[in-house]
Write a protein that binds this ligand. Structure first.
Ligand code: ADP
Length: 159
């Protein structure tokens, strides 16, 4: 049984994340998409809201589960007996930070390997930050997020 953890903030989940989830689910027996609960980070959506959206958009992938975690990612991954941590690499911009994290995590736990996946190029420019900004100014979101997420973004921006 090869299990992979795909951690992130997912504020909110975008087509870019879903691309990575789909690729991971084809590579591993089981994938846990896990929301990092970081109280220092200001987010638009609560952890509960982010989990609900993730559950909806991943329901068609039978070997994908959704969860959240607090504290060190490697501790959580060890607890779940995961063999891999999945991260998405969009562009060179992501590389330095991701490399630093992957190497640090390897120092903390030799058993867990970070696997980088690249999304389809049409999603390589996409980020949750961009999506939140487009939503704040009432732009068209249909190319960036699934309809369920678009609905949630619109209701957040009404208030
Ligand atoms: P974090 O705060 O952990 O970076 P994010 O939700 O922004 O949380 O991203 C989670 C993971 O998904 C990261 O590895 C990030 O590089 C990747 N990711 C984000 N957007 C995309 C995208 N458009 N295509 C591929 N990977 C992405």
């Amino acid at each position: 049984m090869k299990l992979a953890i795909y951690p992130g903030t997912f504020d909110p989940v975008t087509f870019g994340h879903i691309d990575i989830i789909e690729r991971s689910s084809a590579l591993f027996d089981e994938v846990i998409v896990s929301v990092a609960v970081d109280s220092r980070k200001e987010t638009l959506f609560t952890v509960k809201e982010r989990l609900e959206m993730l559950k909806e958009v991943t329901s068609k992938y039978k070997n994908v589960k959704v969860d959240s975690f607090k504290g060190l990612l490697v501790h959580y991954a060890e607890e779940k007996k995961a063999s891999a941590i999945i991260r998405g690499l969009r562009a060179v911009l992501d590389f330095e930070y991701e490399l630093q994290m992957a190497l640090t995590n390897r120092k903390l736990s030799e058993k867990i390997t970070t696997v980088f996946l690249t999304p389809g190029e049409k999603y390589s420019y996409l980020s949750s930050t961009l999506v939140r900004e487009i939503a704040a100014y009432g732009g068209n979101l249909s190319h960036f997020v699934p309809p369920e997420v678009e609905k949630q973004l619109k209701s957040k921006n009404k208030t």
